[in-house]
Structures are given as structure tokens and as C-alpha cells.
Ligand binder design. Structure first.
Ligand code: NOJ
Length: 551
């Protein structure tokens, strides 16, 4: 059974659902809320504690839902408010919390606020977005007010002839940034948040939360020194130090206000998605019931040294008193199941990566499909939906776009993997006949069975949920081994990243002195306890051992 204690935000496992791709209940080819509700049994059997739903609000869909045209409603594509209420109630019945995705930095250009704002300089919402006069005119064309860039490509300023002013957009032209210095914006957004809380949701993921505030004087960003080389230099965004278009001190006040509202009821939480910041800055925003993503680990290859460096950096940034979040995949990045290994070793690596995700210090975020080792799909150019890939990244779109990690979930080996009776909005993974939830449920050696066992072990071992972290073997010989200690219980995790067997000497006398009992292995064998000095690992094996600690 999932947890549902007030500290699930820290001890639990949070599962990200990409609603379009999870399960379609009405045959339109797009996943929806009743589809998610219909598959809660899977999530309960898996043993997750909370669901985070990527945006479910009305949206023209140019950023596939992250361009919101009404933050307070449900997109009919996904269902109705009653469908959301049912999902919340049925998830709660199973002890599963529900987190919504809040896109507060920007709206769609089709949001009523923006339509009014762009209509004239004196409209009701005139000052709800970031409007600026041109810096001047050159050959009859207005010059943008500063050098800010869009993360998705091109400059960040778009000319609006009706106002004869520019508006600012960090993402697509169709995603204007809100003016967070306007108290009316703040009041409207906080009211909207109270509305969702009244529907019983348990928390929010805050999209690019550190970009809400920009420098009040709209100063240009300084250039990055030295300048990036290679493909990276093609994007103007990469050539600047982003000191003035995000990470402003005013954010702290707003977060405090938001957190006070969320904290009115115990057992609610938020998690912030920072926009490309170092772990040190991210850690500064973390607090009780308020997590911050830190994507450094996710960017590392499946190599012991690289992973160990990222873990050290995070541990140093967060320190023992702040609680990190652990993420290996999400809807913006290539999936871990294919990023780490593509050949026949893929499932073995997927199982080992699951151990890393679910045993590091921090709250794990598990992206839908990873539990069956779902891989990235190859989306032919003419089928690409992801707008930045279509418009701005023509060089890379053949081998990288965000559609690749958003394939619909295969539930069965039937037509379209049982995802829809219609035509899926995005192509299914080609291996769905064997890689689907039903087949893997029946196979004790599958990635899914490994995840289920692992989540049950995690639930039984408090040290894995809340324990401290320290290295036992820091990447030596391609092995990561670490201890998680809680009062009365120590857990030893060892991951062999090699294709060959490994023998790990436990040089730390305090660790070698304990009597370790096996709790879990990715190869599923019953392992014998350690002899005290060494641990033998099979190729790509990951193990969890436990020992009582005297208190
Ligand atoms: C971050 C989201 O994860 C991404 O999918 C989206 O495109 C941008 N924010 C803009 O909302």
C-alpha cells in the first residue's frame, strides 16, 4: 500500500503521468483523466505514493499543454472537472496523492488576459504581461528593448502593432511571460491555486518557477565568457549569462506566500522546476514540503565516475539538512531506458538505474513507462509535434526532439497496446508486443516485476526513505556503493555498472564489521550474506543489503 502519511513528499515515490500518453478512455487517440483513473490499480500495485500530472488545462497545444489558455479549467480533451474529482477521490482511496502542474510564468497567447492585454495600452489587463517600448527604430523596424533570448530559439521580444510595443516570451512567441511585479497577477494566480486546493489536490509542480521575476529595469544579460563552441553556440540563449531574465530575489517572497497557502493543510507539497540553474542555487530554494528539481544527475551518462561527481555535487549543495529530489527522466529529456543502454543489456541496465533512482537520498520522481523500460521512439520528421523541434531545432530534429520520450503507454500486446481504440496522437513504441504492462506483469524477470519488488523493499526500509548518505565505494572499478543510515537500520546499496562481474572490497571497517542481509538484487537471486570484507556482484547487478544498527 502507498504511504499517505503527512511526510509522503519526502518518503514517498512520485510518479509523473504525461496525460496525453497514459491511457485513452474515449477513443480520440489522446490520453485523458478517466484513462488515468482506470489504471490506478497498476499504480497501486507498482507502489507509488503520488501522481504528478503534466498540464491538463485548456491549451492550444503549441507547447503540448504548457501553453495554458485557462489555468482554472480542465481541457475537454482530458475530461471534465468531475473526472478530476473522481481521479482525486479514487487515488486518495488507494493512498495515492495527486500533484498538478502549474505553469505560472507564462500563458498561451490565446488566454483571455493576453488577448485583452495586447488589444491596447489601456485595457484592463494592459500591465499583466511584460510590455516594453522599442529601444529605437532601424530602417523602419523597431529595435527590441534588450538582448534577452528565448530558450526555444530566437529573440525573446515580439512586436505587437496594436500597442506599438514588444512583449517578452522566454518560450514560444505564443507563450507570453506574465508580469509578476503586478499585484493583480499575483492575486489572480493565488486565487486559482486556492481553487485547485479546494478540489483536494495535494500539491503542485511549478514550471520554470525561477523565471517568474525578471530584472525590474530590464537590463540586458552580459555575454557568457568564454563563448560556447560547436552546435551549442547556434542558440542565442546559450551565449548569455542569465542574470537579469530569471533568478531575481523577489521570487523568495512570492514562494513564501505560495507555500503558506499550500501549508495550510498538512500533507501538501510543491516541487519547483528551475530553469537551468546550478544545484547550489536550486538547493537554496528547498525546504520542508518544498522540493526542487536538480537535473545534473539526469544529464550524466551511465558511467560510475560521472554519476558519482553529480551525486557529490548535489550532496554538497543540499547538505544534510535540505532534502533533494531525484530525477532520471521526464517529458523533456530522452528516456533513461534508452539513454543508458540500447543493446541486449538494456533491461539489465534499466533495473540497475531503477535502484539508483530509488535509493539515493531524496524524493524519487519516476516517469511513466520507465517501470516497463519503455524506450524513446523515433518520430519521423513529418510527424514531429514538439514545436521547438519543428521550428527552431531543424539540425537536431532527426535525432532529438521531445516527442521521443512521450510515446503512449503500452498496456497490452493488443492493437495500439491497449492505449486507445482510435489512432494514437503519437506513434507507439515498436516493441509493444513484448514490452507492455500485461506481459511484464506475468513475467517475474521483467523490468516491471523488478520495479515492484524494489518499491516494496524501499517501503520496508526506512533508511532508504529518510536515511543519510555516504559512500562505501565511490566509483572505484565501475562500482557505486553507498550506505543509507537511519536510527536502528543501515542499508548498503551496490551497483555494478560493468558488463563483467565485480568484487567490491569493503574497506570501510565500520561497514565491513556489520552483518549484512540481502534485501534485493536486480538479478532476482537469493544472495548469501556478505562475508564481512567483500561483495561479489554479477555483471550490471545492483543489490540492496540491510543491517541492524545499535541505537
Ligand atoms: C518546462 C516544461 O517542462 C517544458 O515541457 C515546457 O516546454 C517549458 N517549461 C515551458 O513551459
Amino acid at each position: 500500500m502507498p504511504l499517505r502519511s503527512a511526510d509522503w513528499w519526502q518518503r514517498g515515490v512520485i510518479y509523473q503521468v504525461y496525460p496525453r500518453s497514459f491511457a485513452d478512455s474515449d477513443g480520440d487517440g489522446v490520453g485523458d483523466l478517466p484513462g488515468i483513473t482506470a489504471h490506478l490499480d497498476h499504480l497501486e500495485a507498482l507502489g507509488v505514493d503520488a501522481l504528478w500530472l503534466s498540464p491538463i488545462y485548456p491549451s492550444p497545444g503549441l507547447d503540448v499543454g504548457y501553453d495554458v489558455s485557462d489555468h482554472a479549467a480542465i481541457d475537454p480533451l482530458f475530461g471534465t472537472m468531475a473526472d478530476l474529482d473522481r481521479l482525486v477521490a479514487e487515488a486518495h482511496d488507494r493512498g495515492i496523492a495527486l500533484i498538478l502542474d502549474l505553469v505560472l510564468n507564462h500563458t498561451s497567447d490565446q488566454h483571455a488576459w493576453f488577448e485583452d492585454s495586447r488589444s491596447s495600452r489601456t485595457s484592463e489587463h494592459a500591465d499583466w504581461y511584460l510590455w516594453r517600448d522599442p529601444a529605437g527604430w532601424r530602417r523602419g523596424k523597431p529595435i527590441p528593448p534588450n538582448n534577452w533570448q528565448s530558450l526555444f530559439g530566437g529573440g525573446a521580444w515580439q512586436w505587437e502593432p496594436r500597442r506599438e510595443q514588444f512583449y517578452m516570451h522566454i518560450f514560444l512567441v505564443e507563450q507570453p511571460d506574465l508580469n509578476w511585479r503586478n499585484p493583480a497577477v499575483r492575486t489572480a494566480q493565488l486565487d486559482m491555486i486556492r481553487g485547485w486546493l479546494a478540489h483536494g489536490v495535494d500539491g503542485f509542480r511549478l514550471d520554470v518557477y525561477d523565471a517568474f521575476f525578471k530584472d525590474a529595469s530590464f537590463a540586458s544579460n552580459p555575454p557568457l565568457v568564454p563563448q560556447p563552441r560547436g552546435l551549442a553556440r547556434l542558440r542565442g540563449w546559450n551565449r548569455q549569462l542569465h542574470v537579469n531574465d530569471k533568478d531575481q530575489p523577489e521570487l523568495h517572497d512570492f514562494l513564501a506566500e505560495l507555500r503558506a497557502i499550500v501549508d495550510e493543510v498538512p500533507g501538501r507539497m510543491t516541487v519547483g522546476e528551475p530553469l537551468e540553474v546550478a544545484p547550489q542555487i536550486a538547493a537554496g530554494h528547498a525546504g520542508p514540503r518544498h522540493l526542487i528539481f536538480d537535473f545534473d544527475l539526469l544529464k550524466q551518462p551511465w558511467k560510475a565516475d560521472a554519476l558519482a561527481d553529480a551525486i557529490d555535487e548535489r550532496e554538497a549543495a543540499f547538505g544534510p539538512s535540505r532534502w533533494p529530489a531525484v530525477v532520471l527522466s521526464n517529458h523533456d529529456q530522452p528516456r533513461q531506458a534508452t539513454r543508458y543502454a540500447r543493446g541486449p543489456e538494456r533491461d539489465a541496465v534499466a533495473k540497475a538505474a531503477a535502484v539508483l533512482l530509488l535509493t539515493l537520498r531524496g524524493t524519487p520522481f519516476l516517469y511513466y513507462g520507465e517501470e516497463i523500460g519503455l524506450g524513446d521512439i523515433h518520430v519521423p520528421r513529418k510527424e514531429i509535434v514538439d514545436p521547438p523541434a519543428r521550428r527552431f531545432w531543424p539540425f537536431t530534429q532527426l535525432w532529438w526532439n521531445r516527442d521521443q520520450c512521450r510515446a503512449p503507454m503500452p498496456w497490452t500486446d493488443g492493437p495500439n497496446g491497449g492505449f486507445t481504440t482510435g489512432r494514437p496522437w503519437l506513434r507507439m513504441a515498436p516493441d509493444l508486443a513484448t514490452r507492455n504492462v500485461a506481459s511484464q506483469s506475468a513475467d517475474p524477470d521483467s523490468v516491471l516485476s523488478a520495479y515492484r519488488r524494489l518499491l516494496a523493499v524501499r517501503r520496508a526500509l526506512i533508511a532508504l526513505q529518510t536515511g543519510s548518505f555516504r559512500w562505501v565505494v565511490r566509483a572505484r572499478g565501475g562500482v557505486l556503493a553507498y550506505r543509507r543510515d537511519a536510527p536502528g537500520e543501515a542499508v548498503l546499496v551496490a551497483i555494478n555498472l560493468n558488463a563483467e562481474p565485480a568484487t567490491v572490497a569493503l574497506e570501510d571497517p565500520a561497514t565491513a564489521a556489520l552483518t549484512w542481509q540481502p534485501a534485493y538484487s536486480t538479478v532476482g537471486e537469493d544472495r548469501t550474506p556478505l562475508d564481512g570484507a567483500t561483495l561479489d556482484l554479477l555483471p550490471r547487478e545492483a543489490v540492496i543489503l540491510r543491517a541492524p544498527l545499535s541505537v
